[in-house]
Design a protein around this ligand. Structure first.
Ligand SMILES: Cc1cc2nc3c(=O)[nH]c(=O)nc-3n(C[C@H](O)[C@H](O)[C@H](O)COP(=O)(O)O)c2cc1C
Length: 262
């Protein structure tokens, strides 16, 4: 009798375990498309927030539809209209042989080892068709993770409109303070380039001195998170430089203002 009740208990426990694991795994599979959709919405929201045009009460997709989305060849800065922006995946491209390249030695200041030959960029235009905001994807190594974010530039292509990471694995309260709205707010209005056109945007160790003439190019470091701060400083130098978006910015400076925005 005692034996029978032990085996019955084990059987019931076993069955329960099988049923529960089936439930958990099937809901994980069923929810996968929803998770992917939420991740995509979050990324779009971050792009809108980086551009400083996100409105909480309006649907994200509706607001996002105002962007012109382009695939750009990073080495020339030219648009590649033959690559479908709707399906292009920059992260997958970075890993592939034909659409990605290795970054070696001293060139790899962002610590990313490989990058896509092409990037997806977002342009917001005014009613007259003039470029008002340009949003650039950037990424680079922090302490624990690669941080992925968007840097938004104003129509002068040097004043920062906003900066936001949509994915990282830095420690909450330390490197994770990249998400702190107060820290993000100080990026707005900073200048990404020096007078001579070279990239100049620094994340300091410690605080900026507002009286310094260099402060317009400087951001406060994150307290207790020097490695994450240094990572952000480096990734910006990479993506604003010759191997990043500099060719695109030079192209846009010469082509924008023409009437045909293609
Ligand atoms: C559990 C733990 C988590 C940490 N997370 C981060 C982090 O996300 N980013 C970072 O730069 N430093 C982090 N640090 C601190 C670094 O190890 C290092 O001490 C710090 O970057 C030095 O910054 P400081 O000179 O501003 O103190 C962490 C330390 C510990 C113990």
């Amino acid at each position: 009798m005692a034996n029978e009740s032990v085996s019955r208990t084990l059987l019931v426990a076993g069955l329960l375990a099988v049923v529960c694991s089936a439930l958990v795994s099937s809901s994980a599979i069923l929810l996968r498309p929803e998770q992917a959709r939420n991740k995509d919405l979050d990324r779009k929201k971050n792009i809108l927030q980086a551009a400083g045009i996100y409105k909480e009460k309006l649907a994200v997709d509706e607001q996002f539809s105002q962007f012109e989305i382009k695939v750009v060849d990073l080495s020339t800065g030219e648009f590649r209209d033959d690559i479908d922006a709707a399906t292009f995946d920059q992260r997958k491209a970075a890993k592939s042989n034909d659409q990605g390249m290795a970054i070696t030695g001293e060139d790899d200041i962002a610590g990313i080892k490989r990058r896509s030959l092409y990037a997806l960029i977002y342009i917001a235009r005014g009613s007259n068709g003039d470029l008002e905001k340009l949003i650039l994807p950037v990424h680079g190594k922090g302490l624990w993770s690669t941080l992925y974010g968007y840097l938004a530039l104003d129509s002068d292509l040097t004043t920062i409109n906003g900066f936001a990471f949509y994915e990282h694995g830095e420690t909450p309260g330390l490197g994770g303070e990249v998400d702190n709205p107060r820290w993000k707010a100080q990026w707005i209005g900073k200048q990404a380039f020096a007078e001579d056109g070279t990239a100049w945007l620094e994340v300091l160790k410690g605080k900026t001195n507002p009286d310094s003439p260099d402060a317009i190019h400087q951001i406060d470091g994150l307290a207790g998170a020097t490695i994450t701060s240094r990572g952000i400083d480096s990734l910006l130098r990479y993506w604003l430089g010759e191997h990043g978006f500099k060719p695109l910015l030079d192209q846009l400076k010469s082509t924008e203002g023409e009437t045909d925005h293609g």
